[in-house]
Design a protein around this ligand. Structure first.
Ligand code: ZN
Ligand code: ZN
Length: 305
């Protein structure tokens, strides 16, 4: 027990020091400045060549989403996740040790060249995340948390990181075992994180970019806007276009649907007009009573229809 408490304290202080170091020491592998840089890049592109030309430069909820960006990318880790996940991982390891399992690694990629290991991690992780995303839409209590992301009414790059912090918990928990079963010989996945950050911003951006045949591989704004459609096409009551970074899973598993140009479609979900509009309200939604309000009933009826 004492070991766990020590771990919590050292995780907190370690992360706080790390965060402060990141802010005060710009260097090329700095998440803080990469987040700012990638965001500014898409903000500029949206201003120079917007897809929806009449959308305001600072669209509806821009600043709310701006806050979410830093909350989900940094503060959440600082406040809860970093310490909690270290503890959970250690409890899990201690639990496995009771059964004599000391090592989960079943697949060894250590001998592969670095770039191939990075590619493998990226591909496996994206496929796991695509599955988790589908779960978020299918399991009613998870959908209540995921509604935060779908409450976006006007789309822009910053909407990428508008999501409930519980999603971090769900994604990391489900990812943990399969990824722990793969032995990697590198521990620096910085480039994968920045790449997925950039593609995530891109998917949500107010840009029209034709990827040509690459659209069957990479997610893009013309595809992802339909994931946010308020009225889903017939035969897809839970959702379409679940892709995170890659679109290939949707094409393979027949959940890719682009009925027509989605530039001006209505976004949200049935009942989203009653969804909380503040950070606190949105973060309380999903816990307890308010998850079972009329909004849920309405969307349930609508999706069963
Ligand atoms: Zn979704
Ligand atoms: Zn989205």
């Amino acid at each position: 027990m004492e070991a766990y408490i020590e771990l919590i304290v050292s995780s907190y202080t370690g992360y706080a020091n790390y965060l402060w170091y990141e802010i005060t020491n710009p260097h090329w592998k700095n998440y803080f400045y990469w987040l700012i840089g990638v965001s500014l890049f898409f903000l500029m592109l949206e201003w120079v060549k917007p897809w929806r030309k009449n959308q305001a430069k600072f669209r509806q909820d821009f600043w709310l989403d701006f806050f979410y960006m830093f909350f989900n990318f940094f503060l959440f880790s600082l406040i809860i996740y970093n310490a909690a996940s270290d503890v959970v991982v250690n409890i899990f390891k201690d639990f496995l040790a009771l059964f004599g399992i000391r090592n989960l690694v079943a697949i060894h990629l250590e001998t592969w060249p670095g770039w191939l290991q990075l590619g493998a991690l990226f591909l496996i992780r994206d496929f796991i995340q695509w599955n988790v995303h589908r779960l978020l839409h299918r399991v009613p209590w998870l959908w209540e948390f995921h509604k935060v992301h779908h409450s976006v009414q006007e789309m822009g790059f910053a909407a990428h990181l508008r999501y409930h912090w519980m999603e971090n918990v769900v994604y990391r928990t489900i990812e943990y075992i399969p990824l722990a079963m793969i032995g990697f010989g590198i521990d620096d996945f910085f480039i994968v994180h920045i790449f997925t950050l950039a593609v995530g911003h891109f998917n949500h951006s107010n840009l029209r970019v034709s990827l040509g045949p690459l659209k069957y591989f990479f997610n893009n704004p013309q595809m992802h806007i339909w994931h946010h459609a308020k009225h889903l096409p017939d035969g897809h009551p839970y959702g379409i276009n679940y892709g995170i970074t890659l679109s290939i899973w949707d094409y393979l598993f027949k959940t890719a649907v682009i009925p027509h140009d989605g530039r001006d479609i209505e976004l949200g979900f049935p009942g989203s007009e009653h969804f909380p509009t503040t950070f606190v309200g949105q973060n309380l939604h999903g816990f307890g009573r308010n998850a079972n309000t009329e909004v849920t009933q309405e969307s349930e009826t609508a999706s069963n229809a």
